[in-house]
Design a protein around this ligand. Structure first.
Ligand code: FAD
Length: 628
């Protein structure tokens, strides 16, 4: 028999109190210590919370319980308490944009936005630290606009215009010369477990696509000098140089089309080893370099994608250059808190009185009154810590149920936009046709962790002449100084004696085991859910001490704060030519995002890639489907 909402509340409390194993008790004790050590505060200001954030405790339990047992929630017995024009499920950029577009059509519409986190913005989250009376701002997820001039369509451009975001402003806000002027470059770290000894090699010459630093300012060394310092065999170095030189065609006798087909069906790792004749140690120099973009190492990234991103080994093929517009602009379109500023701009516009100011600059430092997000008098209410568990069409209305702080509630609306993860939708809306539910379930999101480490100074980076480190075989595949962006009176550290945020990225998974992308993501999701903050902290200290220790870094003295943004469900799934059919857009995405009655479906998942502009454009489409 389904339990009542009071039983549910008590049940959860009892499970938590009575069900602790000795290991769980130790974990709880460790968390209490973390809370003390890292200054967990329950200030009512989520960006200032440190420790384990992202998909934080309290945000995922209800959804996981629903997946295990739908009957836990006595939806039918719960009265409808509120009525709206639109209910949006998911307070990320797509959900907030959907509310914005709906209000464009119906300016007086009453809207409720539900999100399961204690902060709005979805992946677009802000992290803050305080040190020596200064506030240091960082980004916890969604980082920058990628090539907005080339990629952003009318809906995204119009929304930016509504919010008075002028992307040209970043040309002066982002200081592209600061790190080069200090002699810093990109470097690569080789860990001793794989390469025999720890080595950080600075002065990387390879120019990344869409690099923020002009090539002539990159403090790069000639390729042969750079490779000479790698801790690999002479034969490996020869292979690497030949790969870059691209003088030999590794697929002789094949036509352009045949070559393209091979690249689509071969992983970059197999391409390097089986087609280009490189050894394992050369492949290891690239293994994790694709993690930040695909959430997959080169064993699961098609060679065609590696070519598109500018990895070596393709020049000898003689293929025509394709020119991807995604890489046509420098990577400078970044607020100090990343795309969280876009979320804050949307919230400031949707909920009057929540924050002062009216420019893209002043939003950076604006105080945001979280207590005003969900006031009765607001036309738009943002209700946090609220997990939607049921959505159903009922004649000319939609009824939705959600759980907040252990209690079940029901609301009704003329329309609903589901801007939450696609894979959650079959569980909350069982009335959808089986084919659509199956298509939605294919969107297994990439697990990824963005960590901000506050350090008291950055002299070790100067000593080792790097601002960004790629670490293709380490726990953190990417470690860098924060982007040098100053806006709205917020100043980025310019002096190495000043505190700064370090950005560390980690992608879990099971590389090299022949698993497909979705299976790797599921394995990685499980790994993230079982890691404690203490375990993350150990890996952070270990990687930083080993990468920067020779420059004088001492984690025990230099680290002043850590926020681990754990995104168990990170980037949207992107069709992968190694595992998915060519007609993925038609056969999966279009089926998944179909409107059902008065319910439309948004989120970047609907667009098939993890981009801000997809979040916005899919919100625009979803709202058009509902109100024209
Ligand atoms: C680490 C990271 C870095 C990124 N960097 C970039 C970048 O630099 N540039 C770029 O363009 N894109 C980037 N992205 C992609 C990012 O996903 C998009 O930019 C955008 O923020 C996604 O917005 P969204 O609203 O579609 O989804 P989300 O941000 O995921 O928002 C969906 C919200 O719905 C909530 N939700 C889910 N289920 C429920 C439920 N049942 N009830 C209530 N709420 C629910 C979720 O918890 C979440 O808060 C990045 C993503 C990650 C994870």
């Amino acid at each position: 028999m389904p339990i009542t909402r009071r039983d549910f509340l008590n049940g959860v409390a009892l499970t938590v109190a009575a069900g602790l194993t000795p290991a769980a008790q130790a974990e709880a004790q460790s968390r209490r210590r973390d809370a003390w050590l890292w200054g967990h505060t329950r200030t009512g200001y989520p960006p200032a919370l440190t420790g384990l954030r992202g998909h934080h405790r309290g945000s995922f339990e209800v959804m996981h319980a629903l997946v295990r047992d739908r009957d836990l929630f006595a939806v039918d017995d719960t009265p409808i308490e509120e009525r709206y024009d639109l209910v949006v499920v998911g307070g990320g950029l797509s959900g907030l944009a959907a509310a914005w577009f709906y209000r464009r059509v119906m300016p007086r519409a009453r809207i409720l936005i539900l999100d399961n986190h204690d902060d709005f913005g979805g992946h677009a989250k802000r992290n803050e630290f305080r040190i020596d009376g200064r506030r240091i701002i960082g980004y916890g997820g969604s980082q920058s606009f990628q090539s907005p001039g080339s990629l952003y369509g009318p809906a995204a451009r119009d929304l930016l215009a509504d919010l008075e975001v002028d992307v040209k402003r970043f040309e002066t806000a982002f200081d592209r010369t600061l790190y080069p002027s200090l002699g810093l470059s990109r470097g690569v770290f080789f860990p001793r477990e794989v390469f025999g000894r720890d080595a950080l090699v600075a002065g990387e010459p390879a120019r990344r696509n869409a690099d923020e630093t002009a090539r002539k300012l990159s403090n790069a060394r000639p390729l042969h000098e750079f490779v000479a310092d790698f801790p690999i065999s002479d034969e490996g170095k020869k292979q690497l140089l030949a790969l870059h030189a691209g003088e030999r065609d590794p697929l002789p006798g094949k036509s352009v089309e045949e070559k393209r087909a091979v690249l689509k069906r071969t992983s970059y790792r197999d391409y390097l080893i089986k087609i280009c004749g490189c050894g394992e140690e050369v492949a290891n120099c690239f293994q994790g370099r694709t993690l930040g973009f695909f959430g997959l190492g080169i064993d699961a990234v098609p060679a065609s994608e590696a070519r598109d991103l500018g990895y070596p080994g393709f020049d000898g093929l003689g293929l025509p250059r394709d020119g991807n517009p995604a890489w046509s602009e420098p990577y400078i379109y970044h607020f100090p808190d990343g795309n969280a500023s876009l979320a804050r701009l949307l919230v400031r516009g949707l909920v009057p009185g929540v924050a002062h100011g009216d420019t893209m600059d002043d939003v950076v430092q604006a105080h945001l009154a979280y207590s005003r997000l969900d006031r009765r008098r607001n036309d738009v209410r943002i209700r946090l810590n609220s997990t939607c568990i049921d959505v159903r069409n009922a004649g000319d209305v939609v009824q939705l149920a959600y759980v907040r702080r252990g209690r079940l509630f029901r609301v009704q609306a003329r329309h609903a936009v589901l801007a939450c993860f696609h894979m959650a939708i079959p569980h909350i809306m069982p009335e959808l046709p089986e084919r659509q539910r199956a298509a939605l379930s294919k969107n297994v999101k990439t697990p990824i962790v963005y960590t901000n480490v506050l350090v008291r100074h950055w002299w070790p980076w100067i000593a080792q002449k790097v601002h960004t480190i790629s670490a293709p075989m380490s726990f953190h595949h990417h470690v860098s100084l924060d982007f040098p962006v100053a806006m709205g009176g917020y100043e980025h550290a310019r002096d190495p004696a000043q505190p700064i945020c370090l950005h560390l990225a980690h992608v879990p998974g099971a590389p090299g085991q022949g698993l497909d992308a979705r299976t790797q993501f599921r394995v990685g999701q499980h790994q993230l859910m079982t890691m404690t903050f203490r375990q993350f902290e150990e890996r952070i200290r270990d990687d930083l001490d080993r990468m920067l220790g020779p420059g004088g870094f001492r984690s025990a003295a230099d680290i002043a704060g850590i926020t681990v943004n754990r995104w168990t469900h990170g980037y949207s799934y992107v069709a992968n030519t190694l595992y998915d059919p060519e007609d993925y857009e038609e056969s999966v995405l279009k089926v998944a995002r179909q409107k059902a009655g008065r319910v439309a479906i948004a989120n970047t998942d609907s667009g098939g890639d993890a981009w801000v502009h997809f979040a916005i454009e899919q919100a625009d489409r979803a709202v058009r489907e509902l109100v024209g």
